[in-house]
Design a binder for this molecule. Sequence first.
Ligand SMILES: NC(=O)c1ccc[n+]([C@@H]2O[C@H](COP(=O)([O-])OP(=O)(O)OC[C@H]3O[C@@H](n4cnc5c(N)ncnc54)[C@H](OP(=O)(O)O)[C@@H]3O)[C@@H](O)[C@H]2O)c1
Length: 342
Amino acid sequence: MRTVEHTRQGAAAQVLTLEERPRPPAPGAGEVLVRMLVRPVHLGDLVGVEGLPGAPEQYAQARTPGVEGMGVVESAGANVQGLRPGQRVAVFPVPGTWSDAVVVPAGLAVPVPDGVSDETAALMLVNPLTLSMLYRAAESALRGRKGPVLQTAAGSSLGRLVAAAAVRHELQLINLVRSTAGARRMRALYPSFPTVATCDDDWRDQVRGHGGEQGVHVVLDSVGGALTQDLTELLADGGTLISYGRLGSGTTSLESLPLVARELTVRGVNVLRWLSRTPEERTQDVAFALDLAQSTPDLFEVADRYDLADFKTAVEHARRPAKSGTVLLTTPRSTDSGRRAA
Ligand SMILES: NC(=O)c1ccc[n+]([C@@H]2O[C@H](COP(=O)([O-])OP(=O)(O)OC[C@H]3O[C@@H](n4cnc5c(N)ncnc54)[C@H](OP(=O)(O)O)[C@@H]3O)[C@@H](O)[C@H]2O)c1
């Protein structure tokens, strides 16, 4: 079977290679073997390839990127209930989905309802589950208030989910993007929320104009870096910055932030820690993701799709400015390259 691998951290185009490997062994008790068909290229996948503070620069064993995707159950081990060969499933969090096949704990394989397309299924866990976690974090920081909430990189796939949730829950949201064109797109999609572009010199004043005198109570931030300083200045006293990504450049030192003087809170949210939630919370989160995939598939926009072997082009596309939606990596269903290459 084909698998994308790397043995050291570095630029994805340089360190990732396509390899032929033996198929995984038969699934053990409580596991299923999934023939993968579609998986996203998340920006977070690329962080894993290019380097995380504390991660080893060189891996003892080859590592395959990807944590989510959809495929078809090929075989099930002992004690697996509710999953049968041929059934479509979405999987998360499963390391190594940029492969033609993976062995998955049965509890992490979610049956895909009829009517949900393969592409939507491949995208229906990471971002909706992150949205659930972000929403809970924001709700707890807002303490009953409806906002104002400022979100950065608002035009991202996740930012659009946040905006849809804000409409549904009547939150007072301010969208921040980096370009005039991005602001135009976001205003067309969500006209009820103000959108501000950081390319405008007076963007901070524009946010203050929309957020009111006190400032915003919560910032949902996936940009970070040098922008963190500005974002904390836009917070109301006692406000909370929720960090969940690192798209920007530069740094802001913790000591430079008025955390003590203004009683600000900074906290992180990471969907890779989703398994630490209670089983009841996880069941609720998955039900929410399934509902979103069935009721609003438009929220799962696909930027383009590439064969797994074209992963370098796919990675370049995933990074392209003004891209709209998520890039997918596919394995042809009909030719079954995974099985043939075994
Ligand atoms: N913590 C978690 O658990 C978690 C889970 C999922 C995603 N995330 C993070 O959420 C973020 C969005 O992910 P996504 O998959 O929704 O992204 P996406 O659909 O690929 O969109 C990327 C967005 O980021 C914007 N952007 C890129 N570089 C930027 C910069 N330097 N400054 C400001 N904006 C920038 C782009 O704006 P343009 O349109 O102007 O190019 C685009 O709107 C990423 O940081 C991702 O890692 C975190």
